[in-house]
Ligand binder design. Structure first.
Ligand code: NAD
Length: 364
């Protein structure tokens, strides 16, 4: 059996609980994983002087693979998102989020099977922002006026939305290559090119060019993001692989997760050319943190994606099959799923859910 060294970032809030649950499930799956625990987030600012220590980045670069719990970001102030910084530092440009119906999870549909491919490094997440009243904001306002680009109110805060040819080409190509490798039939590009002609418009132009390279092998279509949201809610079965610029992909991920039972079961991965960091779609859920109420399924399914990536398909399949059986049985599910299904049955704790899942996995 091959031993894999994996960097583990437990994260904040429920991340501490879901990461511990995930670790127990992976350890029981038959894969041989050595965990290298590395810190990130608010808790390490005092000890390390930064929410994202260089030693954590080094560990991921060395191992090539990491799994992380969610990390909280202060709203409208404080430090910048560690999640965004991590994706940037390691150039994890491809955010892959499979969205599948899980019978028993309370989804609105039984047959959703789509994959969100979200560009992870550009767009409004580039982190180029100017506080209102700052010299930078003033200079940009002056520049726009001097170029005749239109006037911006003087008391505006400004966020910049860069979308490049190279960045768009590599994410659209990643979506098509994924579709080919997984035997999928179609890629849909989502945009707002009718309004943002030089950012989303560029993304769409590049998507069309890349799509032409795959003509006859993978079908292509395109949707404006607002219409896409309505189409997704009414008939999710029409979508297969869907590629987005960063912000729309982020929003659509939660929307799509809501269709199949919620954030508690939505897994994901951030993939670059050299490293991959696996993580659930959800955040640190401060409203339920520390109460043993969190649903660890999303992080456990993210670990199954990680095991596939490591070539441990047997262990990954065992985990997915155990998850499927636990949800189909329905007697030991966490509160978010009880709520989504409208069930009055008592909710299982994160610990009880994990114990039961491991027991089921041992019978496979
Ligand atoms: P959230 O995903 O943490 O929570 C949204 C809602 O879903 C809450 O009601 C929460 O209780 C519920 N929920 C989420 N995951 C759950 C789970 N596994 N089991 C049961 N219920 C679950 O989103 P938020 O409240 O907007 O964000 C909280 C913090 O998380 C913020 O600081 C945000 O920046 C951060 N965040 C981090 C990541 C990441 O690390 N990748 C992603 C999203 C948000």
């Amino acid at each position: 059996m091959t031993r894999h060294v994996v960097t583990l970032i437990p994260g904040d809030g429920i991340g501490v609980e879901t990461s511990a649950a995930m670790q127990r499930v992976v350890d029981a799956s038959g894969a041989d994983i050595e965990w290298e625990v590395a810190p990130a987030g608010a808790e390490c600012i005092e000890s390390e002087g930064t929410p994202l220590p260089e030693s954590t980045l080094e560990s991921i670069r060395k191992n090539g693979v990491a799994i992380k719990g969610p990390i909280a970001t202060p709203v409208a102030g404080g430090f910048r998102s560690v999640n965004v910084a991590l994706r940037k530092a390691l150039d994890l440009y491809n955010c892959l989020r499979p969205v599948r119906s899980l019978p028993g999870a309370g989804g609105r549909y039984e047959d959703v099977d789509l994959v969100i491919v979200r560009e992870n490094s550009e767009d409004l997440y580039a982190g180029i922002e100017f506080e209102q009243g700052s010299e930078g904001a003033g200079s940009i306002i002056d520049l726009c006026e001097s170029l005749g680009a239109g006037s911006i109110r003087r008391d505006s805060g400004i966020s910049i939305k860069p979308i490049s040819v190279a960045g768009s080409r590599r994410i659209v190509r990643a979506a098509f290559e994924y579709a080919l490798a997984q035997g999928r039939r179609k890629v849909t590009a989502v945009h707002k090119a009718n309004i943002m002609k030089h950012s989303d418009g560029l993304f769409l132009t590049v998507a069309r060019e890349v799509a032409a390279e795959y003509e006859g092998r993978i079908a292509f279509d395109e949707r404006i993001v607002d219409a896409f949201c309505m189409n997704l809610v009414i008939e999710p079965g029409q979508f297969d692989v869907v590629v987005f610029p960063n912000l729309y992909g982020d929003i659509a991920s939660d929307l799509a997760a809501g269709l199949v039972g919620g954030l508690g079961i939505a897994p994901g991965a951030n993939i670059g050319d050299d490293c991959a960091v696996f993580e659930a779609v959800h955040g640190s859920a401060p409203d339920i943190a520390g109460q043993d109420k969190a649903n660890p399924t999303a992080e456990i399914l993210s670990a199954a994606m990680m095991l596939d990536h490591l070539g441990e398909q047997g262990a990954a399949s065992r985990i997915r099959e155990a998850v499927r059986r636990v949800y189909a049985d329905g007697s030991c599910l966490t509160g978010d799923i009880r709520w989504a299904t409208g069930s009055k049955e008592p909710a299982a704790s994160c610990t009880a859910f994990t114990d039961n899942l491991i027991e089921v996995m041992r019978t496979l």
